[in-house]
Design a protein around this ligand. Structure first.
Ligand SMILES: Nc1ncnc2c1ncn2[C@@H]1O[C@H](COP(=O)(O)OP(=O)(O)OP(=O)(O)O)[C@@H](O)[C@H]1O
Ligand SMILES: [Mg+2]
Length: 221
């Protein structure tokens, strides 16, 4: 299992109030599978994804990714682990605004100290069809182009897993479809595991399995 999550519990506490979002949730994924996570707004999909990607810590439970319980890693270890094994794509792109498209793709390669980083980044830029846009800053790119940069950045390190949180949510229908097709194609070719949060049932059906986040747990559909 590339992902093995056991008894995951997450609450948000504000003052006296405590909001239980995930409660003893279990989730397992085999290598190279694509998984869609659906569920109504506020059910905890983004919370789940940030925990899986190691961006946030749970209250309890194990998150074993590629054989390692990431809840036990220090911040430094986690940064390295994430750079090596995990790619993340957000709805709001989250590109570094002061870096060009090419530099955004270079960044994770540099964190890993990869040889031929510039060559790899340029190759990946070409694969997402943006060779002509390498020196553009994010504000000089369209939404679809920004998301293609984000996809390139997520996949350039050949991660074991990509976590994507509504990657087409901020794009018009056609651009969203094109971006998702590109993502599916890249994932298939690299045998990466994909965990995709989506509101779109048609998109969810393109994945190997669908899970519904409901009542603090993930339920296979
Ligand atoms: N940092 C936070 N502090 C307090 N409460 C939070 C925080 N982040 C999220 N929540 C609450 O936790 C619940 C789950 O939020 P989450 O963003 O995971 O939902 P979601 O399923 O991704 O929703 P959407 O489909 O609208 O993106 C919501 O009720 C939200 O208000
Ligand atoms: Mg969300």
């Amino acid at each position: 299992m590339i992902i093995n999550i056991n008894s995951l519990t997450k609450k948000y506490t504000q003052g006296e109030k405590s909001l239980s979002v995930l409660d003893r949730l279990n989730f397992k994924v085999e290598e190279s599978k694509s998984i869609a996570i659906i569920g109504k707004s506020g059910s905890g999909k983004s919370t789940f994804l940030s925990l899986g990607a190691g961006l946030d810590k749970p209250d309890s439970g194990e998150i074993i990714i590629h054989g390692k319980d990431i809840t036990r890693l220090s911040e430094n270890e986690l940064t390295q682990f994430r750079a090596k094994h995990i790619g993340i794509i957000f709805q709001q792109f989250h590109l570094m605004q002061n870096l060009t498209a090419l530099e955004n793709i270079l960044l994770p390669l540099e964190i890993l100290g990869k040889e031929d980083a510039l060559i790899k980044a340029n190759e990946q830029l070409a694969k997402v069809g943006l060779s002509e846009r390498g020196h553009h800053f994010p504000h000089q790119l369209s939404g679809g182009e920004k998301q293609r940069v984000a996809i390139a950045r997520a996949i350039v390190t050949e991660p074991n897993i990509i976590f994507a949180d509504e990657p087409s949510g901020n794009l018009d229908d056609q651009t969203g479809e094109e971006v998702m097709e590109l993502l599916f194609e890249l994932v298939k070719h690299s045998q990466t595991t994909l965990v995709l949060v989506t509101h779109d049932n048609e998109l969810a059906k393109k994945c190997d399995d669908i899970y519904l986040l409901q009542e603090h747990k993930l339920i296979k559909q």
